[in-house]
Write a new protein. Structure first.
Length: 198
């Protein structure tokens, strides 16, 4: 089974996420617990996180803002910002100052990579995985969190439009990948073949 998974990953246009850039379940859970303690505190934390996100990642924040601005539903918009900011807080909790600023070029390249990867999968009828399955292998805690919240929102809010949820999902996938690739390599960390070819 491991060999099959490795083969699928190698046939993907999505670059592997280095081991040092993973966001652990513990890091995500710490952020989740902090946001769950008190609703007013959580709102304040998210407001502060948004301001810091805009300051530290201006290109990524602007891109996400443009995408979410296309969402007409207030519930979907709130969900989008909640997911984006929780993902950002999880990266910040796990990696802090090791997160480099994401450029507009990196965002565009990541969007193109996702499109190319989907084209590869569409052209291979026997391909068992989708692009988000590959990302889930690379950042399982984050993708699990995103899926959980999107499914819960879809189940509890009948008025949510599928297009809005798809846009939110896609922009969060881009965010997860570009932040994963923006983590500075620790001194002396061995570079794997896949990373060296990137």
């Amino acid at each position: 089974m491991l060999n099959a998974i490795s083969m699928w990953v190698r046939s993907s246009a999505i670059r592997p996420v280095p081991a040092y850039a993973k966001v652990s379940e513990a890091a995500l859970e710490s952020v989740r617990q902090g946001l769950a303690e008190d609703e007013d505190d959580a709102r304040e934390q998210l407001d502060e996180a948004f301001e810091r996100f805009e300051r530290e990642q201006p290109c990524l924040a602007a891109h996400i803002g443009d995408v979410l601005a296309e969402t007409g539903d207030e519930t979907a918009l709130a969900l989008g910002y909640f997911l984006v900011l929780t993902v950002w807080l999880a990266f910040d909790h796990a990696h802090g100052p090791q997160i480099e600023e994401v450029t507009a070029e990196a965002i565009s390249a990541t969007q193109e990579t996702l499109e190319l990867d989907q084209e590869l999968r569409d052209s291979g009828p026997d391909e068992p995985l989708e692009s988000d399955d590959i990302i889930a292998m690379e950042q399982p805690a984050l993708l699990g969190f995103v899926h959980e919240n999107l499914h819960a929102a879809a189940d509890s809010h009948d008025g949510l439009q599928e297009d809005d949820l798809d846009n939110i999902y896609r922009v969060v996938l881009v965010q997860i990948l570009v932040l994963s690739y923006a983590i500075a390599s620790p001194s002396g960390f061995p570079v794997g073949r896949a990373e060296a070819q990137a």
